[in-house]
Design a protein around this ligand. Structure first.
Ligand SMILES: O=C(O)CCC(=O)C(=O)O
Length: 266
């Protein structure tokens, strides 16, 4: 299975409209791939809080239409990163879209862990409530977004639901790049799964982005890593490696569930 991660540069010099058209053209160039992955909030930038409202879209809005066409034209599975979705309840959500090669919506995922503590996304957007997996012909994807990477229980939940390839769209800042690489490898090793983590390049809202999108195999080996700038990272991976790894080193079977502290917490 060939996966291409398009590490989009999100800089303020480019309009949302221009970037959308440019990224659609990049997707159309990936006809050689089975799966194409885009980053988090690449239309606005993950830290461009002022744009979340003005550039918000319904799930089936402009980005949906443009990306559905691009997926169909390229004939690829397209994880189109996330959009600032205006839900039917009026709230904003950080929502990822997955398209099939025919351009149909295969899945959508509202980011569960919102970043910013008491500001930014954490107060501007609503939280997703549901884990999302999607069966492709070659593998089962588990979807996650950026800050979710810090919460191992989310990924374990995806694995329990059948995920074999964990796809993370992100807009991760350069200043915490060491966490990004470490956590991507940790999530792959502990879940004996592929991790495809696609971030952004460039600088927006004064936040330099880490780039360094990464693909890690179920043994923790890095199959490919991008540099700091805009780049398409293409990696060939063998989906059978998940079952092989889980068979020869069956650590997931040794989980001890329901552990408690005798007498309660101290
Ligand atoms: O956890 C981090 O360090 C970065 C998270 C983040 O930037 C995000 O979720 O948008």
């Amino acid at each position: 299975m060939r996966a291409s991660l398009i590490q989009v540069a999100v800089d303020e010099g480019e309009s949302v409209q221009d970037r959308r058209a440019r990224v659609a053209a990049l997707v159309r160039e990936r006809r050689d791939s089975d799966l194409v992955v885009l980053p988090e909030l690449w239309t606005t930038g993950a830290f461009a809080y002022d744009l979340f409202d003005t550039e918000s879209e319904p799930l089936r809005g402009t980005t949906y239409d443009v990306m559905a066409d691009a997926a169909r034209d390229a004939g690829v599975w397209l994880h189109a990163g996330s959009i600032p979705e205006r839900g039917s309840d009026g709230s904003l959500y950080n929502t990822s879209l997955l398209f099939s090669p025919s351009g149909g919506l295969a899945a959508s995922y509202r980011k569960i862990h919102r970043f910013g503590f008491d500001k930014g996304e954490a107060v501007l957007m609503g939280a997703g409530q549901a884990l999302v997996t999607a069966a492709l012909p070659e593998t089962v994807l588990g979807l996650a977004t950026c800050y979710d990477l810090r919460f191992p229980e989310l990924f374990r939940g995806l694995v329990d639901a059948g995920a074999e390839t964990l796809v993370l769209s992100a807009g991760w800042p350069e200043r915490r790049r060491s966490h990004w690489t470490l956590l991507a490898q940790a999530r792959a090793v502990e879940n004996q799964s592929f991790v495809l983590a696609c971030g952004t390049a460039g600088t927006h809202a004064g936040v330099p982005q880490a780039g360094h999108s990464i693909v890690v195999d179920p043994w923790g080996e890095v199959l490919g890593e991008a540099g700091a700038d805009e780049e398409v990272l293409t990696v060939d991976l063998d989906p059978a490696k998940v079952a092989q790894t889980r068979e020869v080193f069956p650590a997931l079977k040794d989980r001890q569930l329901g552990l408690t502290v005798p007498g309660g917490a101290v």
